[in-house]
Design a binder for this molecule. Structure first.
Ligand SMILES: Nc1ncnc2c1ncn2[C@@H]1O[C@H](COP(=O)(O)OP(=O)(O)O)[C@@H](O)[C@H]1O
Ligand SMILES: [Mg+2]
Length: 373
């Protein structure tokens, strides 16, 4: 799949922008603060209905405006689909597909898939578990609308259960309220946990493969550590949702007294981690800067490959990462990305040499305007 046209209104520093993109590599150059990342961010709205830099929707609205809109024409499987997303301050986000209003944001899932690379990716293996959970979630949300729904329901349920635990007192009424939220937590939480565990084998295999081809030798392995259903993970096959659910229920019983004393939920997918090991050792505790960078790229390429596993393609967004890489790594990354499909790439420097056989187009970004070079 690829984006043929992208349209922005009142998005970040763009009042209005219409871009015709190339099926291969699209290169955006411009000084800092000119609006390069914002273009990639707009693309992320069409894929996952939110900002990949983690901004709130209100932050994205052009200063002084009350709403923003993003639209795109996406070519996939030989046909073109037009999607739009509009956000109005104080209101909801609305999406349309081929001109028709959709009931759910998750109706957008699958129309466009993106994998995003940025310099902060090195935090994937250096930082805390939340970065790694986000990687799994971003992948799964783009593959499966049911996962996206389960995850957002889980987040909401978790907030409410934590409130109930915080105000818990030893009486039946209080206990019943926690019980209601526990049931929902189990319901959505086992979908989320099982989804991540199901993804893991093929994700780990793809990541290890890319890591081998970039680094030459070292073995990178991934393991999902579940706080709620650790026991379900024994065996070669990923556990079923039912199995996860019963382990999760046991875990909740085990920590019941603790949770009521401390006032928050102690087990569940919000506390899990994706362990990344280089050889036998945890990368997080001993990795060098270069090892973190290589691992980060392998993780992201693995994500892209999994997103493309049905062969429909994935749009790769490379935000300012070429300057971080030496020439050899940059060239091999471009090569790998070229095979995945369309790429949108930003840099403050000039366009890189593109391998023969890949189509490319260059743009210059200047203070909220984009010119084709
Ligand atoms: N909501 C907004 N409205 C208007 N301008 C914004 C908004 N948010 C950010 N900006 C400005 O938009 C510009 C573009 O930022 P960005 O896309 O991150 O640039 P680049 O990636 O090229 O460095 C910045 O100068 C920033 O100050
Ligand atoms: Mg930027």
């Amino acid at each position: 799949m690829w984006i043929r046209a992208l349209r922005l209104t009142d998005f970040r520093n763009y009042e209005r922008l219409e871009l015709e993109l190339e099926e291969g590599l699209n290169f955006f150059t411009g000084s800092n603060g000119s609006g390069k990342t914002s273009i990639l961010e707009a693309v992320s709205y069409l894929a996952v209905a939110r900002s990949l830099r983690g901004a709130t929707d209100a932050e994205v609205v052009r200063w002084g405006s009350s709403s923003f809109g993003v639209g795109g024409d996406i070519v996939a499987d030989g046909s073109v689909r037009s999607s739009t997303l509009r956000f109005t301050r104080g209101g909801k986000k609305e999406v349309t597909l081929d001109g028709e209003k959709q009931a759910l944001l998750s109706d957008l899932v699958g129309v466009l898939r993106v994998a995003w690379f940025c310099p902060e990716d090195t935090w994937l293996t250096k930082g805390g578990p939340s970065e790694r959970r986000k990687l799994l979630d971003m992948t799964l949300c783009q593959l499966d609308p049911a996962y996206l729904d389960a995850l957002s329901n889980y987040r909401r349920t978790l907030r409410q259960r934590n409130e109930a635990l915080l105000s818990w007192t030893p009486d039946d009424e209080s206990e019943a309220l926690v019980g209601v939220w526990s049931d929902r937590l189990l319901h959505y939480g086992s979908k989320v946990t099982a989804g991540r565990m199901r993804l893991l084998p093929r994700f780990a295999e793809a990541v290890a493969g890319f890591h081998r081809s970039i680094s030459g030798s070292d073995a990178l392995s991934l393991r999902y550590r579940s706080t709620a259903a650790g026991d379900a993970a024994s065996g070669d096959e990923p556990p079923t949702e039912d199995k996860v659910r019963s382990c999760f229920a046991d875990s909740l019983k085990r920590v019941a007294a603790d949770e009521r004393r401390r006032g928050f939920t102690l087990v569940g997918p919000h506390r899990d981690d994706l362990e990344v090991r280089l050889g036998e050792r945890l990368l997080r505790t001993f990795g060098s800067q270069g090892q973190h960078r290589t691992a980060a790229i392998a993780l992201k390429l693995g994500e892209a490959a999994v997103l493309d596993s049905d062969g429909r393609g994935v749009v790769v967004l490379l935000d300012d990462i070429m300057s971080e890489l030496d020439d050899e790594r940059a060239a091999s990354l471009l090569e790998l990305v070229g095979d995945l499909g369309q790429a949108l790439m930003t840099s403050t420097r000039d366009a890189p040499a593109v391998a023969a056989g890949h189509r490319s187009r260059s743009f210059v970004v200047e203070a909220g305007g984009v010119k084709r070079q």
